[in-house]
Design a protein around this ligand. Structure first.
Ligand SMILES: *[C@@H]1O[C@H](CO)[C@@H](O)[C@H](O)[C@H]1NC(C)=O
Ligand SMILES: *[C@@H]1O[C@H](CO)[C@@H](O)[C@H](O)[C@H]1NC(C)=O
Ligand SMILES: [Fe+2]
Length: 482
């Protein structure tokens, strides 16, 4: 193709790019209800029948590759058995034994918290598991993910800042009834909001555990630590951060070479998921920094094309809540995310919904004045999904005008689905509680940053041109930049 043609194509791209609009602030008006916790005796918190019956059952992936599962539960009256029996239609019953621990918090003593890792599971297989052996036995099931591989499809659900209000229950029910059928929940932190109650009422951790059991006992929840997990309360003598959370929710951090349960990675099907902690140190030389520095180059995009990061406090947030709280971590790590072409970063914390453009803000060196975010096709999309419906209510106050980095924002409760089709395509959708679960209030096709670095965006024609011209136009010019 002669130089002239390249220029023409480039010119077309530019003119098409200008047709595309900037960010959207949704005009959807939700019904305003008060966001209050469901009462203790609510059906969502039902205590299972039988003496010392296991409750608050939840599972999470137990290794890097998805052939192990950590099963967790609480027995209220006595330790009981820490054994998990598990089997499938193809596999005869096996047994694994875990451990039980209690913790004290101010004037509260927890039940017996059991964690048991079951290993050597076969991929893509439905397993049944039984706990409470010899007392009130309870049986659940889960399906293991398919083997790690570049085109393994997988559907993730996204929930953040859930809490345990009537709205939280709507969000969870909405997720459960979504016909896209999430297979694993990526949970963005802030679980029970126990710390909003007198003396960080630990019973709220128990009711929360019973609330999410209907989902978390049947599909893994991948956990991110939020600020409501810290439970730091020197005024009542509680000075060990994350004590209740750490006892109740475990992560497979050792499998990814991490030394802390709050930052780690797992591979699920075609995704490599990195979980970071906004509330652990991340400055240069700290353990989290060092771990992430060696983790990112290890991601093999030919094995796991999709690189997903979970963190509680968002880096790009245009609400007047928690504004710029994620800034120090952004400054620390953003250039790495661009360099390693992270596909998407999910955060919670802000109790609303927002999706960013692909932007980066890494050029500033304190002297060159380059301190604004710019469009960057190597940058992730940042999504805030702290809209689970907790007791603190919805975040409505937005920065005005909507900044350029913000593509879509709306003050409604909801959940999202990240539906990976193959190594190049994933379909993302956000579902507000006020609509039927199948309704997509916001959605976009994700093109993989490593295998397919263009962008479909709103400019269908320039996407076509991208294909037409990709051999001739330099990489940074052929992607659509609406
Ligand atoms: C919570 O949601 C479930 C599923 O929709 C429903 O059966 C239950 O009655 C709800 N409970 C409350 C207290 O809203
Ligand atoms: C990947 O998935 C997308 C969306 O479903 C589809 O259009 C595309 O053809 C798929 N690619 C391959 C190589 O199958
Ligand atoms: Fe938070």
């Amino acid at each position: 193709m002669p130089k002239m043609a390249v220029l023409v194509v480039f010119g077309l791209l530019l003119s098409l790019a200008m047709v595309c609009n900037g960010g959207i602030t949704s005009t959807f008006v939700r019904k305003t209800e008060s966001t209050v916790d469901m009462p203790y005796e609510s059906d969502a918190f039902q205590i299972p029948p039988g003496h010392n019956a296991p409750q608050q059952v939840h599972i999470t992936q137990g290794d890097q590759e998805g052939t192990a599962m950590i099963v967790s539960w609480i027995t209220p009256d006595e330790p009981g058995s820490s054994v998990v029996l598990f089997w499938s239609d193809k596999h005869k019953t096996k047994k694994a034994e875990g451990k039980a621990k209690q913790y004290k918090y101010h004037d509260y003593t927890s039940g017996y918290i059991h964690h048991c890792t079951i290993r050597k599971l076969e991929h893509n297989t439905k397993y049944y598991y039984k706990i409470g052996i010899g007392q009130a036995e309870r049986t659940f099931w889960f399906v293991t993910p398919s083997a790690v591989g570049p085109d393994a499809p997988y559907t993730f659900g996204l929930l953040g800042d859930l809490g345990q209000t009537f709205d939280s229950n709507k969000t969870l029910a909405h997720y459960e009834s979504n016909p896209l059928k999430g297979q694993t929940v990526l949970c963005l932190g802030d679980l029970s909001y126990a710390d909003n109650h007198p003396n960080h009422d630990q019973v709220k951790w128990d009711t929360f555990g019973r609330f999410i059991e209907r989902s978390a006992a049947y599909q893994p929840w991948i956990h991110t630590a939020g600020n409501h997990e810290i439970d730091y309360a020197p005024e009542i003598g509680e000075t060990k951060p994350f004590k209740p959370y750490q006892h109740r929710y475990t992560t497979p951090f050792k499998a990814s070479g991490s030394t802390s349960p709050f930052w780690y990675s797992v591979k699920i099907a075609s995704a490599h998921i990195i979980v970071l902690s906004s509330y652990s140190s991340y400055g240069k030389y700290t353990p989290q920094y060092k771990w992430l520095e060696q983790e990112l180059p290890k991601v093999n995009r030919d094995e796991t094309p999709w690189l997903i990061v979970l963190v509680h406090s968002p880096w790009y947030n245009s609400y007047n809540y928690h504004y710029m709280e994620g800034e120090t971590m952004r400054v620390q790590f953003e250039s790495w995310f661009v360099q390693h072409k992270v596909d998407v970063v999910f955060a919670g914390h802000v109790h609303a919904y927002e999706r960013s453009e692909r932007v980066s803000n890494i050029a500033n060196n304190l002297e060159n004045g380059k301190c604004s975010p710019v469009k960057d096709q190597s940058a992730p999309v940042y999504i805030t999904i702290g809209d689970g419906g907790n007791i603190e209510g919805i975040a409505t106050n937005m920065r005005d005008p909507q900044p350029d980095y913000s593509a879509y924002r709306e003050a409604s409760f909801g959940h999202a689905i990240f539906d990976i089709k193959n190594r190049t395509h994933a379909y993302y959708s956000w579902h507000r509680n006020d609509d039927g679960a199948a309704v997509k209030a916001d959605s976009m096709w994700f093109f993989n940053r490593y295998h397919h670095p263009g962008d479909p965006c709103k400019c269908k024609d320039s996407y076509f041109l991208y294909h037409l011209s990709k051999q001739f136009v330099p990489r940074n010019l052929y992607s659509c930049t609406h």
